[in-house]
Design a protein around this ligand. Sequence first.
Ligand code: UT7
Length: 336
Amino acid sequence: MALVGCGSGVPSASVSNEDLSRRVDTSDGWIRSRTGIGARRVSGPGEPLTALATQAAAAALAHAGWRAEDLDLILLATSSPDDLFGTAPLVQGQLGAVNAVAFDLTAACSGFLFALITAGQYIAAGSVRRALVIGADQLSRWVDWDDRGTCVLFGDGAGAVAVEACAPEATGLLGFRMRSDGSRNACLTLAQTDEQQPLLDGLTSQRGGFAAIQMNGQEVYKFAVREVPAILAELLESTGTAPAELDWLLLHQANQRILDAVAERFAVPRERVLSNLAAYGNTSAATIPLMLDEAVRDGRVQPGQLLGSSGFGAGLSWGAALLRWSGPGAATSPEA
Ligand code: UT7
């Protein structure tokens, strides 16, 4: 599978650290020094997830030079759907991608990478030729804006990547690893509330609804700085890749200190670690494609370059992929 187009969509309202310090007991100095975050985008009432995801998807389609009808598959990685029955079909409908099957995939901040790898498997099996992989989240809906331990971290956004079948030697997915550890699920949750409703005599059912995000920040931090270098090291070894061969580290944007720790472990210089935390914070499933889109559009990431990517977060879940960016117009032919 070749990575041939990308796009993004973010809400227009930006909330700075100073803005937040007027609501909770925090400061720009604390947030920047502990996380690298300077601002985050927040969606308003007229900006559903579907709109952000569709904007990112349409931009990726245009970048790849495809028509919506050319798509076979749309995967939407999200933990904050507009509709629990699935938001991907809404995106498919708005795009007019009449030939594509569309469904959601939930793996929190690992979601985009897991979805990209999943699309890669359909393409490798020969059942899909062209796919859009979207990572989109609106955690502003689910954050407790009075909890300074979490509300400073998250923001809203969407990113998308267009992928298509190609000759095996041109593949943009050179290797991957995925992991889950549900025994540590309680570290980071967006869980159902425990509200009951009387139904019939002797029968009570549960009412649907979710509680705000709960996080043990220190545990998630320790998990990330231990597991991300470990899974990337495994991936590099299994693909016979030296860290020096990586043009870029494209990591989930959760905390600049996590990016720095991973870069240090592999002796990757700071200027080759992609980061846009300062502007967007942690946009969950959107961070990786949003970052890729920015770096492709400003010319940092060039066709043929290698990217070591890793996503990690709630689940707990984590994964890594060795990617090569092809860019629009890459010569393609069906995979064997
Ligand atoms: O996508 C994955 C999602 N999550 C993550 O990646 C989060 C990973 N964890 C982290 O990034 C960090 O743990 C945080 C940024 C969340 C917190 O940084 P920390 O250095 O681990 O801080 P801490 O939780 O140990 O708190 C240190 C102090 C505490 O005060 P005391 O007990 O020392 O008096 C907190 O109450 O900082 C306080 N604090 C704050 N102060 C000002 C916590 N949040 C804030 C805040 N502003 N926003």
